[in-house]
Structure formats: C-alpha cells, structure tokens
Design a protein around this ligand. Structure first.
Ligand SMILES: [Zn+2]
Length: 235
C-alpha cells in the first residue's frame, strides 16, 4: 500500500475517507440544507461504502443519493435500511447483506472491515450506532456517531487498536468537550478529529475547549481540528 489513509472533513459528522487501497468511505452524508457543507452532491464522483450512524436528517440525508450515483454499499441497521428501500428506492445490492446489519456485527466490503458499535442517542428508525473500520493496511478508525460517553469505549479501545477517533464534541445532542476529552482516555486513539459542532447555533461553536481539555486529559493523543473541506493524511 503506497499511501496512507486520508480523512476529509465535510462538516458535522460527514467525512470522506480515502483508504490506502484507494477506496472511498463516506460517513453520515448531509449536503442539502447543511450550512457548513463545502460540497455539492455532484462533487462526489465515487464511493464504495456509505456508513449511516442513525436515521436523523443531519446524518442520513444523502446516503441513498450517493449510493444510487456511485453504486456504494450502505451500512446501517435493518429498520433504517427498510426505510431507505421502501421510501427512497435503495436497491438490495446497495444494502449491506441486502438488508442491513446490527450492533456487534461486521461486514467485509471491498477489502475493508466495518464493525457496528453501540451509541447512546435516538433515531427515527432502529437504534443509533457507531462504526469501527479496519482498512486494507490495518489502519483502524472509529466514527462514534452521535453519542454520550460510555464506559465500554474502554473495551472498544482494547479490542481495536484505534489509529483515529472521530468524536462528537458539540454538546446538546452529543458529548460535550468534557466527555469527549474523557473518551480519549478510554479509546486511546493515536489521533482524534472533533466533529458535530458549530453546525447549529445551539451547538458548541468551536473545538477550542475540547483541544484544551484533551491536552490535559490525554496529552498522548494528537488532536487534529479540521475546517469543513480540509483533510488530514495519516503519517
Ligand atoms: Zn446529529
């Protein structure tokens, strides 16, 4: 594998990740009505996997659009997948296992292993989830979805050696800076990228407090703050 994974932040919980094998993983795509999203649907030319953490508009909005135009496989829970199929016309071939998967399960897609984890939040259909993704060269990242902190993040950190953790920090609906900094001690990733802030006026408006607390609580973790549109390539 010549190159390392690249994480492009597209605002909120929306990332486009290029794997060492040249595949594209999209997380929680929300373009239409997203005040901070720097791209349009037409800018997405290719995708292999679309991860949907839960069925709220700010996470699921463009999942089916992207799958239809790129042929990507959507990963989410069965009840959410049912809605995608019956209401939005998602084809079986674009649904993981043809029907969705659930907490604790793994899928192998295009040389990449996707494992669904728990998350504590709400969802219009099914339960909210997070994802642990192991790429072709073993590089592993965690997308927490929308969640509060939970003690078994420690177990996730032990089971999966995390290179990168994508963590919500914006409070109100998800972890605040205090919880997210404490989560770093449980998850022990090498790198953390904050997400789910600034998008709405009621959310925390910057990552500053998280950066400060993370320095204190988990100084060994490299915190990378990305503006929407910016990317980080693993070293
Ligand atoms: Zn959200």
């Amino acid at each position: 594998m010549a190159s390392k994974a690249t994480f492009r932040f597209l605002s909120h919980a929306f990332f486009s990740i290029t794997t060492p094998g040249g595949k594209t993983i999209i997380t929680d795509p929300w373009i239409e009505g997203n005040p901070l999203c720097p791209i349009k649907l037409g800018d997405i030319k290719a995708a292999d996997i679309v991860l949907v953490s839960h069925d709220h508009f700010d996470h699921a909005a463009q999942a089916v659009d992207i799958a239809k135009k790129t042929g990507a496989v959507v990963v989410t829970q069965p009840e959410t997948m049912n809605r995608f199929k019956s209401q939005l016309g998602l084809a079986d071939k674009n649904a993981v296992f043809g029907m969705g998967m659930n907490t604790g399960g793994s899928a192998h897609i295009a040389g990449i292993t996707v494992t669904m984890t728990q998350a504590f939040h709400s969802s219009a259909t099914a339960c909210p989830a997070g994802y642990i993704v192991k790429m072709e060269d073993g590089t592993t990242f965690y997308h927490a979805g929308d969640t509060g902190i939970f003690e078994s993040m420690r177990l996730l950190g032990e089971l999966y050696k995390l290179d990168v953790a994508l963590l919500p920090i914006g409070s109100v609906f998800v972890m605040d800076a205090v919880q997210a900094a404490a989560a770093l001690k449980l998850l022990r990733p090498k790198v953390a990228i904050p997400m789910h802030y600034k998008t709405f006026p009621i959310l925390e408006q910057s990552a500053n407090r998280f950066v400060e607390l993370a320095k204190k609580e988990a100084p060994q973790v490299k915190v990378v703050v990305l503006e929407p549109g910016q990317e980080y390539k693993l070293e």
